[in-house]
Design a protein. Structure first.
Length: 198
């Protein structure tokens, strides 16, 4: 596969310390995957194989980054990385993994693309239930219907009411919102009930 001249230009524009790292990484990508397709994605050199992104690299003012699209499946999570990319912030060729390791990682990434496996979507960790402010807790204690609704809400629905109340900048606004919240919850309504489909 022909090399993309935009990547040549990208490397030429990079800082002198970065150029040998970028050239070496690019050469190893081509060695591991002669049919790799080069392009520029998000302003950085990108390498694709078997219909998907294989890896990419980028030069910054003080470091270089090289990373696999499916980092966790190729390299594993392991130690936390310093910066983006699979190998952290690199400032010299010595910061790249050994040639055999990098080639093995490239071949593993190729196999994943060839198998057509999709990266599993990671669900974000659930946020803890918010603390109920004192004025809301007192108002709920005086209205059984609102209190029952609030207690039955999942944490996200409680959070919507709590954030709406505590984000008020003026005391009068907070008081109005608190009264409105109690009225809506007494009627069994969520904070954004007006926008929910019936």
């Amino acid at each position: 596969m022909a090399r993309d001249p935009r990547i040549d230009a990208y490397i030429e524009r990079a800082a002198p310390f970065a150029q040998p790292i970028l050239r070496h990484a690019r050469a190893l990508v081509h060695e591991a995957c002669p049919e790799v397709e080069e392009s520029i994605k998000w302003g950085m050199p990108s390498f694709s194989h078997a219909g998907g992104i294989l890896c990419g690299m980028a030069a910054f003012k003080q470091h270089v980054s090289f990373g696999f699209w499916r980092h966790a499946d190729v390299v594993g999570e392991g130690e936390p990385r310093d910066g983006m990319g699979s190998y952290g912030k690199m400032t010299s060729l010595d910061d790249l993994p050994p040639r055999t390791t990098l080639l093995a990682h490239l071949r593993k990434a190729m196999q994943l693309n060839e198998a057509g496996l999709k990266s599993p979507k990671r669900k974000p960790a659930p946020r803890p239930a918010p603390d109920t402010p004192e004025d809301l807790a007192a108002a709920l204690a005086h209205n059984k219907a609102a209190n029952a609704t609030f207690d039955a809400f999942p944490p996200g629905c409680r959070r919507e009411y709590i954030e709406w109340i505590v984000e008020a900048k003026r005391a009068e606004t907070r008081t109005k919102r608190l009264a409105q919240a109690i009225e809506w919850m007494a009627a069994g309504k969520r904070r954004n009930w007006k926008y929910e489909k019936c």
